[in-house]
Design a protein around this ligand. Sequence first.
Ligand code: 5GP
Length: 199
Amino acid sequence: MSDDTGAGSGARVRSRLTVLSGPSGVGKSSVLAELRRMRPAIHFSVSVTTRKPRPGEVDGEHYHFVDLAGFEKLVANDELLEHAEFAGNCYGTPRGPVEKALAEGTPSLLEIELQGARQVRATMPGAQLVMLAPPSWEDLVHRLTGRGTEDPAVVARRLEIAREELAAEPEFDEVVVNADVRSAAESLLNLVVGPQPGA
Ligand code: 5GP
């Protein structure tokens, strides 16, 4: 999975799978939005979740929103590359689109939590695991509390999980600190596709 295919007529493009994880509130969505603007040729996996959409989230774009029965059917049919429960909801990566992208030589990026990252590590050892980390713990608490879209119990649970996720840093191949969205996106781009010509 982590082979260098040399696909395309220009620079060599690494056809590989990158997993981006990081605690809730660290700014994964903002960094990924910036990355999309920079490099649309990356395949961004769209996860399936049983979580209810947040305001502004679009089905099929941010997530495929399903009910529990629909999720369990996907698991039973082995249609998910990995899946996990997070803060009371189920999340999973549809297998087909990722395998298709990699077969076509398109770098694929999954934004998933720690249990899922570990599953990918186990089943696809060539995958590259990248952690997006906050500049400090205080910064993360501030960001997570300030979002104001979840109730306090959910925020508390997410902070507890965040501590566990940050403690898993040694399991990751690379750490990108999100002190600045643009710089973090550039670092991630380098990791996903390799250094760009002239960069
Ligand atoms: P949120 O509800 O804030 O969108 O996501 C909660 C957590 O679930 C985040 O850490 C996010 O990375 C993770 N997540 C999103 N999609 C997937 C997925 O397909 N699989 C796994 N294992 N985690 C996911």
